[in-house]
Design a protein around this ligand. Sequence first.
Ligand code: KIV
Length: 299
Amino acid sequence: MSKKDSKDSNNSKGRKKVTTLTFRQKKEKGEIITMLTAYDYPTALAVDEAGIDAILVGDSLGMVVLGYENTLPVTMQDMLHHCRAVSRGAKYALLIGDMPFMSFQVSVEQAVGNAGRFLQEAGMDAVKLEGGRERAGAARAIVETGIPVMGHLGLTPQSVNQLGGFRSQGRSALAAKRLLEDALILEEAGVFSIVLEAVPVRIAEMISQRLQVPTIGIGAGIGCDGQVLVTHDLVGQFDRFTPKFVKQYANIHAEMLAAFTTFKDEVEKKKFPGDEHSYHMKDEQWLVLLGELGESESA
Ligand code: KIV
């Protein structure tokens, strides 16, 4: 099977590129939207081939790939580098680049400029930014430039220091009302979708019902219009901690550990590489070489 055939196989057959319009149509038809994160080419290939609607190159990159404590150190350079790799691997999914901390907060001009780089330099179709009413101006300006924006409310990891840790949001009546207002403000600013992270099920459901644009939940229950998970959590590749809302569908960390341990053992015992993993030279050429060197077979 050629590389191209493999990219076009299984769930990719007959698929059309997912757009922001597809998002809206899916909500109207009551069809659930699926989204996963990816930060590299092979993961993007697999996520795309599985038929997932959207790939988020999340700034969770900072924690699950780069090993930072939180997402704050992630830069535009980091994001663009990983977005490029993902865009080379995905053909059908809507590609969303996550705007990192300090890339959209300083000024609206800076926000528009940086959003543009995701599309112009890194093959993304849209951007995501965290925050509610305080970011509506930036979101509106980016949308007016022709760049689709996804909002992100609830637990917004870039505000981890303000929130007092990675904790669920919108649990009091007042906080929930503010969350709903923020969602409506972002919708009015023109976002095509909103991620709701770590908010109570009934609040996420209420927001989803009151918005025209689809909500994508992560730790927000079944009432959202779609679901997203961080892929490293889903496949068990991030061992440091697992949030309550994650379902682990595989244990890649354990698989990797077993493979690396077996490799070490086989190399140390000279069981690897075997004959089948080695290249060979014809006897005739071997004898010519020995002749050239003035050596004999027994030497
Ligand atoms: O960075 C990220 O992966 C995200 C998701 C958790 C939605 O923002």
